[in-house]
Design a protein around this ligand. Structure first.
Ligand SMILES: [Zn+2]
Length: 417
């Protein structure tokens, strides 16, 4: 039997969704990685408070805004659904600092004709470069002076529209639903303040992906290495045969990292080494290296390789020492998501019910979901309909936003079955 959610009128969903999206992107919520506090920018409070008030306005009773700007809201289960497993939906309210997110002027194009779109500063959105764009009937794009902020306000609007729909349509039976809007996802710094103990859901989904059908349930294992080079120092005028120069040791170490396994030489499932920072003097120099690999065994190989490089540098600089300190940053969520197959199965089922062709794609990075998954709540990532994130060319498909919203409603329905 066809899902009742598939029958929901797209125009109705668009009316719930689009005005919200156009409003949210106007909040200046750019996060700042140089600020230690969460949230890292005051604008995030403004949007968080607006979302809290909106959720209260929809009639939700259980709505919290935490000291660190997380919005948590709960939609109570329908009659007889109290013992159904809880499901949560997350989106982040901040935007990346790569491009300004101040004074965003979203441009709505209805009846898009597939032609080039001229933006400020000589930029163009060109369907010849982006075949995806030509197929759209309606999009929202930035005017070219800022990013758009579809990452991740498309996700926020899709969740909010789904909540409003469910509040108005009790005939769609569902179990407990949790909504979480998080600050500072782009800096990765908000996570320590994540109110994990307040989360009651069995599984969560982040709405923070790209084109329709995209489904992400695995991400990098991420480790960081701090490499300390300790030289052997003497007056440079009398250094022959004695000096071990730490500057050169650090440089030699960096050169040893295989260029064929760098971020610029890899994609898909290939991992990499990336030197992020190098500094020092004759006596002490240090190097920060990021290691990325989808595979645990592959990550072990990378960590072991760094030890070998350290020995090699020591052999080249007698008297010098190289110390490698490695530590994990986040883990691939695949194993933990695979251990609760119903989380992905229900998502795939919901996509099938909505007529969406899905494709699993590895995330070459981490999300709020990777950390949540690590802490015991499997959290795959779903598309939002956005493109060209973190750029002035960012745009979002209106119909794909509507589909994402209906997908949320369908998932909620399936978890309540
Ligand atoms: Zn995002």
């Amino acid at each position: 039997m066809e899902s009742p959610v598939k029958q929901i009128d797209d125009q109705l969903v668009e009316n719930l969704l689009l005005p919200r999206f156009l409003k949210y992107v106007r909040y200046w919520t750019e996060s700042d990685r140089h600020v230690e506090a969460t949230p890292s920018s005051p604008g995030q409070w403004d949007l968080a408070k607006a979302l809290r008030d909106e959720l209260l306005g929809l009639g939700l009773k259980d709505v919290t805004l935490t000291d660190h700007c997380y919005v948590i809201a709960r939609l109570p289960p329908g009659p007889g659904k109290e013992s159904a497993p809880g499901v949560g939906f997350l989106a982040h309210i901040d935007t990346a600092s790569d491009v300004s997110g101040k004074d965003v002027k979203p441009q709505l194009v209805h009846n898009y004709n597939g032609e080039k779109i001229e933006l400020a500063g000589g930029l163009t959105l060109d369907p010849a470069q982006e075949p995806d764009l030509a197929a759209q009937k309606a999009i929202v794009h930035s005017d070219g002076t800022t990013l758009l902020g579809a990452d991740d306000k498309a996700g926020v609007a899709e969740i909010m529209a789904a909540v409003e729909y469910l509040c108005a349509h009790p005939e769609i039976a569902h179990g407990p639903v949790e909504i979480i809007f998080s600050p500072d996802e782009e800096t990765g710094k908000g996570l320590p303040d994540f109110p994990l103990s307040d989360i009651k859901s069995t599984a969560c989904y982040t709405l923070d992906g790209g084109p329709m059908g995209e489904l992400e349930a695995e991400c990098f294992n991420a480790w960081k290495a701090d490499v300390e080079c300790k030289g052997k120092v003497i007056h440079v005028g009398a250094a022959r045969g004695i000096l071990a120069n730490a500057v050169l040791m650090a440089a030699s170490f960096a050169v040893m990292l295989p260029r064929s396994e760098s971020p610029e030489a890899t994609d898909g499932y290939y991992g990499y080494y990336c030197p992020m920072e190098i500094k020092g003097d004759l006596e002490n120099a240090s190097l920060e290296v990021f290691l990325r690999d989808f595979d645990t065994e592959g990550m072990r190989r990378r960590v072991a390789a760094l030890e070998v490089f350290a020995k090699t540098v020591e052999a080249q600089f007698p008297g010098g020492r190289v110390i490698v300190n490695t530590k994990p940053q986040y883990y691939n969520m695949k194993d933990k998501i695979d251990s609760k197959p119903e989380v992905l199965d229900r998502l795939k089922q919901a996509m099938e019910n909505m007529g969406i062709t899905y494709h699993l794609k590895p995330i070459r990075g981490g999300t709020d979901g990777s950390r949540l998954t690590e802490l015991g709540i499997p959290t795959p990532n779903i598309f939002t309909g956005g493109r060209n994130f973190h750029s002035r060319l960012e745009w979002v498909s209106v119909s794909e936003m509507c589909t994402a919203c209906k997908l949320i409603i369908e998932l909620i329905r399936l978890w309540g079955e």
